[in-house]
Design a binder for this molecule. Structure first.
Ligand SMILES: [Fe+2]
Length: 333
């Protein structure tokens, strides 16, 4: 008898500081996830980008930068409420409170039992994939960012994994080599790339995504622009160029599409798989399913963005679905 598919759920940027942290005083942590909660909580593995250090430090990074975020350790209850097992730390904010803020983040995430990728105490550690086992399947997940090179790890100094895709496919071997010898059944890459408010992936990022997939990456989870971009399927593998926002208070962007995003659920079966994009709108720092007229517009927009990347997504039960060739490498527990 075929076992149920293996499911991986993806959310975009989570920034549990500032207004979200203030609201947490009067809310249960799961309330922020609203209608997105069951998709993440019930998946075999749930992943998001953590767009802030987790620290109580008051020492900001010294360089010039408009927004420097931080969130207190207890805000990790929001991630725990949605069963988030791993966060991406390679982004333009995890260094906002300097080296101490990043080291504090490692400590608090470890205490909370949440894995991370894309940052470490050294460059080798920042590039090393996190390895998680679920239902007998071994998943290796690495991350990198093309933003804030000032935050990058050195040979012996903490920071994030930085790579600059516009330079052709130069850094690909360095990003892929750390997967060697791990015996992973599925290889994932969490990537914080591209400028804010980009509606579509740049050609340079598409080239880079292809090089990563050709090098063995099975799933790319992109984020950074605060806008949900289209999905491309390369060699049967899904590239989510930008997941958009999840839990945040980014009111600075008045463009309403920064508050219209999605949760993605990848279902991998023994004879193929499918990716489901579930549109969500943020209202009052809570993810909600859009009302019917907004849902129609979101399905049209998101479907069109993927179509422009050569991906056909069909509408099923108010979500967008595409079939993939990605199959389970072994029987599931
Ligand atoms: Fe970012």
């Amino acid at each position: 008898m075929a076992s149920r598919p293996f499911t991986i759920a993806f959310a975009g940027d989570v920034m549990p500081g500032r207004d979200v942290e203030a609201a947490l005083a009067a809310r249960r942590p799961e309330e922020f996830w609203g209608d997105a909660l069951p998709y993440l909580r019930d998946a075999d593995l749930s992943i998001c980008n953590l767009e802030t250090p987790i620290t109580t430090s008051s020492e900001k990074w010294k360089g010039a930068k408009t927004f420097k975020f931080k969130a207190s350790p207890h805000t990790l209850s929001i991630l725990k409420a949605a069963n988030i097992a791993l966060v991406g730390l390679a982004n333009n904010h995890t260094g906002d409170y300097g080296t101490q803020g990043l080291l504090d983040s490692f400590e608090h995430l470890a205490k909370a039992g949440i894995a991370w990728c894309g940052a470490g105490r050294t460059l080798a550690e920042a590039r090393r994939p996190a390895v998680l086992e679920r239902r007998g399947l071994k998943l290796a997940i690495a991350g990198f960012s093309d933003r804030m090179p000032e935050y990058q790890a050195g040979e012996a100094t903490p920071g994030h994994s930085f790579a600059w895709p516009p330079k052709g496919t130069g850094p690909v071997p360095e990003l892929l080599a750390p997967f060697d010898g791990l015996g992973a059944d599925l290889k994932l890459m969490s990537i914080h790339w591209g400028a804010d408010l980009l509606k579509r992936p740049l050609a340079s990022r598409r080239r880079f995504a292809r090089a990563l997939v050709e090098g063995g990456i099975d799933i790319i989870h992109g984020h950074s622009s605060h806008m949900t971009q289209g999905v491309e399927v390369i060699e049967g593998r899904p590239v989510l160029y930008d997941n958009g926002n999840a839990i945040q208070d980014f009111w600075i962007y008045l463009w309403p599409w920064t508050q219209r995003s999605a949760v993605f659920v990848l279902e991998i079966g023994s004879d193929g798989s499918r990716l489901r994009q579930i549109p969500m709108v943020t209202r009052g720092m809570t993810l909600r399913r859009p009302d019917p007229s907004l849902l129609r517009r979101m399905l049209a927009r998101f479907g069109g963005l993927s179509r422009a990347l050569g991906t056909t997504m069909t509408i099923e039960d108010g979500t967008l679905v595409t079939r993939l060739q990605l199959a389970l490498p072994r029987a599931l527990a």
